[in-house]
Write a protein that binds this ligand. Structure first.
Ligand SMILES: *Cc1c(COP(=O)(O)O)cnc(C)c1O
Length: 390
């Protein structure tokens, strides 16, 4: 099929493009020249500044959010036979981390309006084997933390917050990631703060944070920085069969300056968000729900629901048409039970989670990066309207 673009952009607009400043370029060069590329003083400084930003106590910088989720569960003693409840509307890593911890994932459907895990659906899935809850603050919108923390307290569960979308998110002034036992953050390229690849755990308990640090670096009792520091060689003991999930100073060099712009970039995304809200108000689409009172939305993803019964085309045709207009898009996410691995392993069928399934069939994320120019935003709006025949 050939549908020539009506007015092609001369440059394809990449979805989730990172914003790079001169400060992180200079810092990376400084690290490269300094000779200490691995986990060292810059990773430690990034931990301190990140903990200060979110108001958390113990921060451990890691190689990914996936590692942050996995190691949190191991540090908490989650084991085979335990059930861990999470959302079907998430990135596969959330569920894979539960599987890698040896536990059994259990899905609780989302609220169709907020797209976040529904506390009533969680309550219905709790059994005597439920040990933990992994909530995802979807798109940056906080979950219903009053209801969730009440459930956690009542059933004596562990609470892990997947904050991959939610660095800036707050509820009553308190940051996402500090409500439970662990908050797991992502610095993947498309995320609001990026280190290329990277993650962070905020842990309430110091012993758990120390355990994550050890598990993230081969299970060695002292980290490599100390091992090769200027105090001379020191033996280390291996105290666990650990993993390789540490963050390098090279990555932290980027993160330090990305974090310094986190608020400025959130303001920029808010301006883009408002333009989208106004520009799409008359279109046959469902736009993101307005934020709940006394909360701050992280504004990570601007999602459109394309319902084929209402719009002139379906979601997948919409994606293709946007590509032809030169606009990159994302799908966050087809629901977890749509994927063959989970169906085969757990016998799941999408019909059991109707809200996540419908959202997964209709959702499209359009560009929302702080790097977008006003012209880029105008192009996204024009393309969206054109594709819908408006
Ligand atoms: C990106 C993402 C992850 C994984 O983050 P990595 O840093 O790439 O491991 C986990 N959960 C959600 C909801 C995500 O969006």
């Amino acid at each position: 099929m050939t549908h020539p673009p009506i007015r092609p952009r001369d440059r394809f607009l990449v979805f989730g493009a990172p914003q790079v400043g001169e400060a992180e370029i200079a810092e990376v060069v400084d690290t490269l020249r300094g000779g200490w590329w691995g986990t060292g003083p810059k990773a430690a400084e990034f931990e301190r500044r990140f903990a200060a930003y979110v108001g958390g106590t113990h921060a451990v910088a890691l190689g990914s959010c996936t590692a942050a989720l996995h190691l949190s569960m191991l540090a908490a003693g989650i084991k085979p036979g335990d059930e861990v409840i999470t959302t079907p509307l998430t990135f596969c890593a959330t569920v894979n981390a539960i599987v890698h911890a040896g536990a059994t994932p259990v899905l609780a459907d989302v609220d169709p309006v907020t797209m976040n895990i529904d506390p009533e659906a969680i309550a219905a899935r709790i059994t005597p084997r439920t040990r933990a809850l992994v909530v995802v603050h979807f798109a940056g919108r906080p979950c219903d933390m009053d209801a969730i923390t009440a459930l956690v307290a009542h059933h004596d569960l562990l609470l892990i917050e997947d904050c991959a979308h939610a660095i800036e998110t707050t509820v009553a002034g308190r940051h996402a990631g500090t409500f439970g036992d662990f908050g797991a953050f992502s610095f993947y390229v498309t995320k609001n703060v990026s280190t290329g690849e990277g993650g962070m755990v905020i842990a309430r308990d110091e012993t758990a944070a120390d355990r994550i640090r050890v598990l993230g670096l081969h299970g060695m009792s002292q980290d490599a920085w100390k091992r090769y520091g200027d105090e001379g060689y020191r033996h280390y003991d291996v105290v666990a069969a650990g993993f390789k999930s540490n963050m390098m100073d090279l990555q932290a060099s980027i993160g330090l300056h990305q974090l310094a712009r986190v608020e400025e970039n959130w303001e920029r995304r808010r301006a883009i968000w408002r333009r989208y809200d106004e520009a799409f108000a008359d279109l046959p689409l469902t736009l993101p729900a307005a934020p709940a009172p006394d909360t701050r939305h992280g504004l990570h993803l601007y999602t459109l629901l394309v319902d084929p019964d209402v719009a002139p085309l379906g979601r997948d045709a919409f994606l293709d048409a946007m590509t032809r207009q030169g606009i990159g898009t994302g799908v966050q996410y087809r629901s977890i039970p749509e994927h063959p691995f989970y169906r085969e392993r757990f016998g799941w069928h999408p019909d059991e989670w109707p809200h996540a399934t419908t959202i997964g069939e209709q959702t499209v994320s359009i560009p929302l990066s702080a790097v977008l120019s006003d012209g880029d935003v105008a192009d996204v709006i024009a393309a969206t309207r054109r594709v819908l025949g408006a």
